[in-house]
Write a protein that binds this ligand. Structure first.
Ligand code: GRF
Length: 203
């Protein structure tokens, strides 16, 4: 097999999806390796997960730069210096700069905790998503892994999985059920993309 696809995972919080990717990538047969973790928050617990797995990490915040262009250059340089092929957003709450979306087109994934195209878009994150699913009386929910473009939760869908919405569900209960499904789906979706890139590198 060609070398493994090198992945940067972007986080802003707890990083349970990051952990599921790290755990899957520990399998020598898995076609991708988690080579870098980028956080938009200094206090994100996911940074501890990176450290525990000896993965380099970096806190990258727009507010630490005088101009947006400098932030973007620092991000691009960081990705290049770690020879990153693919970016996985995992609870990253910022919009990815257009320059990075352009350079990594079809090579940036996001996981969203509902069945897109429903229950997505700007402001639809965290518990709000599950509250909206319950308010709409949807009978099923589940995570979506999609490609990232310039619009929140908009790019092509790569994979989805479904969980039932149960009688008596609260947003918290539904969130737990969906999150469990996320931890299975994201490693599968990344594997699919990595294998596609390895077999058709110029696509
Ligand atoms: C997940 O529900 C994911 O779908 C959403 O943000 C949450 C991140 O959770 N994009 P974690 O930080 O991976 O635990």
């Amino acid at each position: 097999m060609k070398r493994k696809i090198r992945v940067a995972v972007f986080i802003s919080g707890g990083g349970t999806n990051l952990q599921s990717l790290i755990d899957s990538a520990a399998d020598p047969e898995y076609p991708a390796e988690i080579a870098l973790v980028v956080s938009s928050k200094r206090t994100a617990y996911g940074l501890e997960r990176a450290k525990a797995a000896s993965i380099p990490s970096k806190v990258l915040r727009k507010k630490d730069f005088d101009a947006d262009a400098q932030f973007v250059s620092a991000a691009v340089e960081l990705l290049h210096s770690h020879e990153i092929d693919v970016i996985c957003l995992a609870g990253y709450l910022k919009l990815v700069p257009e320059e990075i979306v352009r350079e990594f087109r079809h090579r940036i994934l996001n996981i969203h905790p509902a069945l897109l195209p429903d229950f997505g878009g700007e402001g639809m994150y965290g518990m709000r998503v599950h509250e909206a699913v319950l308010a709409a009386k949807a009978r099923e929910s589940g995570p979506t892994v999609h490609f990232v473009d310039e619009i929140y939760d908009h790019g092509n869908i790569l994979m989805q999985s479904k969980v039932p919405v149960l009688e008596g569900d609260t947003p918290e209960k539904l969130q737990r059920r969906v999150l469990e499904a996320e931890h299975k789906l994201y490693p599968q979706a990344l594997k699919k993309l990595a294998l596609d890139l390895i077999t058709t590198p110029n696509s």
